[in-house]
Design a protein around this ligand. Structure first.
Ligand code: NAD
Ligand code: ZN
Length: 712
């Protein structure tokens, strides 16, 4: 239908219009062009199920056409996209006429738009602006429209919306949708022949499962739930449609007549009542009081819409907005229709979650352990309310699997609070000028002469720079070191670290504990007070439990849990310097990867020197109260007591004795202080005993006494 070159031009031209560039064309020339562009995008969206613009962008083009036509009514043509609904006719099925045209919906994006809609409706109905008008509000399901015709309580026909006037007959596929009843007792309500309208969708989790099965079978994946549903409706064989486990939410009557052929829907009174009846008849309908509401105040309708925008991500079905409808069916008829949409209803559209833009460049960032993360730089584009120009590409495999190229048009998505990501490149829009993204073999950050080859460990997706000479890695380490998860230095976030780094005050984590507070106080935006607060936070962090320091060293693979385990097994952080990989493995839950990485870290003299400096600066390097195992011993003679052994023991080795003490609930410490509870004394005790005696608060036990109390 559209050739490649033609598509590229239509796309490029659309973006020019959207960029708001000055288009000094007379209206008479803009109008046909806009119509042509919109028709192209409708084809991509409805027929190909693969749009190249976001809905928001499409709506912007549409509004531009609408505005121009309003200024120049003489130039409006009957085939303009504003005068009819977009067509999804494929020609693959028999086409059937709709008794009552199936229309689109007008769009709104915020509470103001809704208030404007409220004013317009009231004007049309000759109502006072302040008078009450009841609205029904419900989710706008994002799938494929379906019209189900029942005669004498039996499903006789199902059709798609098609071009609004004709639809495509897809009864065979509707029959396999379990939420579409094959019979329904409409006759109880005097309805002999009815058409009900709804949206066919696939639940998000089913969509994920379906794609997982397809991936396992080596089949191409479905792009999104919407086109899985619309595609499912148009399958040739109902078996394939059934496999998708589609569902149909019914949201209104198209028409309904009694045995004489007279209208019998109006008698139902309100849209709300009509939906209640459809619920009773066994249709899947938005649930009253939860998924739908009724209110006579447009502000409350807007609140309901906004509340649903929050709920959108957690809701099991894809919705792209809400629909606000005049509830009274007689008033609906009075308000009437344009050739495009009813005047009594409006869609409240949620912020678009997809957008297309150009991939300009790829930059690389280096993480605290040297991980190289590629970041796409794109032409800035609005997405779900924020401007996006940078998107993470995760790793090399991601780029390869998506076959991304520089210069590509890419589809971005941002769902809920999730960070934006690239869904795919729009391959059909390539013109041959795109260039491959060449993955670096040496560190892309390193600016020195030396070339540092990147390394990639077996089973890992990320490439790493083993030694970032340029310091980028150190910066990331410091940022991590002070962060909540590690040393948790209050008030010293990424921004300050970057600033101090720039100023040359921070080179390694050791510098965190010797910052020039006088100079900081003189920095713009600081002052004595904040500098002093910062100093106090740093001082406080010096007393942190040992596991925080260990975690804050950014040792590859050493997470919080393993840091805590290590902290429980040493008296001083430098004890680890003497450990072999074997010794690490003796600790339950410490695996070979952690063992290898920690051992390597502590084998490096630079690291040991840093730790000594940290100790000198007053940073705690010994296990504290908080380092004790979480699963504490709760019974035993020494529960909660700190204990120290001194002198040579006769019956047990020092290590065995310590283990026995721990099993009895004691915590082993390494120095005599006011905090010491118990001192166990062997042969030839030294100064520790004297010190403890001098304190007078320490309980002193012989080895035998200890053994008797600790048990066997
Ligand atoms: N990205 C693109 O290039 C592109 C192209 C064409 C259209 N579009 C999108 O499609 C829109 C126009 O499509 P449309 O005409 O299908 O309109 P629409 O999807 O905005 O609204 C009409 C449809 O909403 C559905 N709907 C879901 N829940 C409903 C409910 N509770 N009550 C009533 N209807 C409900 C109906 O099936 C109806 O057909 C545009 O605004 C745009 O967002 C995008
Ligand atoms: Zn590097």
């Amino acid at each position: 239908m559209y050739g490649k070159e033609q598509q590229r031009q239509l796309y490029a031209r659309s973006k020019e219009y959207l960029d708001g560039q000055e288009l000094p064309l007379p209206a008479a020339e803009q109008l046909p062009e806009l119509r042509e562009l919109l028709r192209y995008h409708e084809w991509r969206y409805y027929v190909e199920d693969d749009p190249v613009l976001s809905d928001y962008e499409y709506d912007q083009l549409y509004k531009r056409l609408e505005a121009l036509e309003a200024e120049h009514p003489e130039l409006v043509t009957a085939d303009s996209p504003t005068q009819r609904v977009g067509s999804d006719l494929t020609g693959n099925f028999a086409s059937v006429p709709h008794l009552v045209p199936m229309l689109s919906l007008g769009n709104s994006y915020n509470a103001d738009d809704l208030r404007e809609f409220d004013r317009q409706v009231k004007r049309m109905l000759n109502m006072d602006e302040d008078s009450d008008l009841a609205y029904a509000v419900e989710p706008k399901y994002d799938g494929g429209t379906i019209a189900l015709v029942y005669e004498n309580d039996r499903l006789v026909r199902a059709a798609t919306r098609g071009n609004g006037v004709y639809g495509e007959e897809i009864t065979h596929n509707a029959r396999v949708i379990r939420s579409v009843p094959l019979t329904a007792a409409f006759s109880r309500f005097g309805l002999h022949r009815v058409e009900v309208r709804g949206e066919v969708i696939i639940r998000k989790d089913r969509f994920e499962e379906l794609n997982a099965r397809r991936a396992a079978a080596g089949l191409p994946l479905f792009a999104n739930p919407r086109n899985t549903a619309t595609g499912g409706l148009r399958m040739k064989s109902p078996g394939e449609a059934a496999e998708r486990q589609l569902e149909a939410f019914i949201y209104s009557f198209g028409y309904g007549t009694d045995a004489e052929g007279n209208d019998a829907v109006q008698a139902l009174g309100t849209h709300t009542h009509a939906l209640d009846i459809l619920t009773e008849l066994g249709f899947k309908v938005p649930a009253a009081g939860d998924e739908r509401t009724r209110t006579s105040e447009i502000g409350a309708a807007a609140d309901f819409c906004r509340a649903w925008e929050e709920r959108r991500a957690a809701y099991p079905y894809e919705i792209d907005g809400m629909v606000v409808k005049v509830d009274d069916l007689a008033l609906q008829e009075r308000a009437g229709y344009t050739s495009h949409h009813p005047r009594w209803a409006i869609a409240y559209k949620f912020a678009a979650r997809q957008a297309t833009t150009t991939l300009l460049n790829v930059e690389y960032q280096v993480g605290k352990i040297g991980t190289i993360t590629p970041v796409a730089k794109t032409e800035p584009v609005a997405l779900a309310g924020v401007m996006i120009s940078s998107v993470s590409l995760h790793n090399e495999d991601f780029i390869r699997e998506k076959d991304l190229r520089l210069g590509d048009q890419v589809l971005l998505e941002r769902a809920g609070d999730v960070i934006p990501y690239i869904v795919k490149p729009l391959e059909e829009l390539r013109d041959g000028s795109e260039t491959p993204i060449v993955w670096p073999v040496t560190c892309p950050i390193n600016t020195t002469e030396e070339e540092v080859p990147l390394v990639r460990e077996a089973g890992e997706a990320a490439w790493r720079c083993p030694v970032c000479v340029c310091g980028a890695q150190n910066l990331q380490r410091i940022i991590f070191h002070v962060s909540k998860v590690a040393m948790d230095i209050d008030g010293m976030g990424r921004r300050y670290v970057e600033q101090f780094y720039e100023l040359g005050w921070l080179r390694t984590i050791v510098d965190v504990y010797r910052l020039p507070y006088d100079e900081i106080a003189r920095l713009e935006g600081f002052g004595e007070r904040s500098a002093d607060n910062l100093r106090q936070s740093v001082e406080a962090a010096k007393q942190n439990p040992l596991w925080r320091l260990l975690h804050g060293l950014s040792i590859h693979h050493l997470g919080k849990k393993a840091s805590q385990l290590l902290a429980q097994h040493v008296d001083h952080v430098l004890d680890l310097a003497g450990w072999s990989e074997e010794q690490f493995l003796h600790i339950k839950d410490i695996g070979p990867t952690v063992a290898k990485n920690v051992a390597a870290y502590f084998a490096n003299p630079i690291h040991l020197e840093q730790l000594r400096e940290l100790e000198e600066l007053g940073v705690n390097v010994r296990p504290t109260e908080a380092d004790r195992p979480a699963a504490q011993v709760t019974e035993g003679p020494f529960v909660g007591k700190s204990m120290l052994f001194t002198g040579s023991l006769q019956q047990l080795s020092r290590k065995e004795a310590q283990e026995r003490a721990k099993a009895a609930g004691a915590r082993i410490v390494s120095a005599v202080s006011g905090k010491l509870d118990v001192l166990v004394v062997g042969e030839k005790p030294g100064s520790k005993l004297k010190k403890a005696e001098a304190l007078g608060t320490v309980r002193i036990l012989t080895e035998a006494e200890f053994l008797a109390l600790a048990g066997g």
